[in-house]
Design a protein around this ligand. Sequence first.
Ligand code: NIG
Ligand code: FE
Length: 432
Amino acid sequence: MNILIRNASQLVTCAGSHLPRAGTTQSEIGLICDGSVLISGEKIVFAGTESELTAFLSAEKPEIDIEYDAENKVVMPGFVDSHTHFVFAGSREDEYEMRLAGKSYQEIADSGGGIWSTVMRVRNSSEDELAIASLRRLEKFLLYGTTTLEGKSGYGLDAGNELKMLRVLNLLSRENPFGMDIVPTFLGAHSVPKEISKADYIELLCSELIPEVAGEKLAHYIDIFIEEGYYDTSDAERILGKGREYGLTPRTHIDQFNSIGGTQTCLDHGAVSLDHLEVMTDADIDLLRSHNANAERKTTAGLLPGVSYFLGIPYAPARKLIDAGVPVLIATDFNPGSSMSENMQMMMSLASTQMKMSAEEIITSVTVNPAYSLGMEDRIGSIEPGKQADLLIFDIPSYKYIIYNFGVNNLECVIKRGRPFKINEFAPLTNQ
Ligand code: NIG
Ligand code: FE
């Protein structure tokens, strides 16, 4: 099927050779006014101005199946959410209320809540049950504009259940009704299970699980929660070192509540993204900056403002990171305990009001930069000929409106792999 989108008042392509976007280039969004996009099958074959389109159409004479008039609308790349925990069972709204009553995330975890309570529910769920619950969440991600997402294991915390979570992620990645791209990450080191010692669990991760995950190609990435009461840098040395031996690339949780040296350890092991960073120190920002100065592949700073909002903890130092030339990305960290929202537009609003990022910096943070961190920049993250047709049509006059008109969804249509999904259709309930 060929779809022609024309007359967009703003076509935000995010095209350009600076990858990832960092420092001043973090604001490069490749804006075309009066823009058009031609999609053929799953791919973009043309993106440019109306006058360039006229020339293209008369030279190529493509058949057009659907013509979409995007006058007074904004077209941009689909959101890439590079940090989520969307496979889980149950929910934890009771904890949310405990937190409002004054208990901290850690106090709740110590009293039997937190990650462990989700682990119990995941262990009691079948693969099918997990897949069905997760599919419903995928639909919500899409509804707010996410077209690619990463998803982590980490609520199994034993061999069988970690593998079960990864199998669900892989099943959904191979097949889901939206054609959504899903990237599985192995987060066996999310917390320490209650039934065995930490030393024994780390031994299990290193001698059994990592070889199996890599051998069966269940994940390309490995993650760890480096935090007081969870895993320290010497645990990370072992786990990430073993992961690397088996070809698993780190993307990690660091500096969420306490800064305990995760930056250096993760960089030493080739981490592609350092995520959270709510309490990252100036010295660690400098470490990341100087690491990137000499690195061929840059390490991104993955900021998760939904967590700060939901838990009431500090926001990550986005301005300092951007000013230091570190490529920044924004993700939802969607999970039942610290950020229960699939909505990337909400994260964009928080990045603006709470982290003082500009609209342009925010746009590259949810498109090209996370695509780069997932090693998918050749395929997704921007609107360019040859790339996958993952794009969003917003019924708004300018891209700045996404964060300005906060808390509502102005998305009109999501196109995923060339397939259009109509959003926000307001229709009366009929008797069917
Ligand atoms: O990214 N910090 C560790 N993991 C998640 C929270 C998981 C949970 O509470 O269930 C996070 O915030
Ligand atoms: Fe997380």
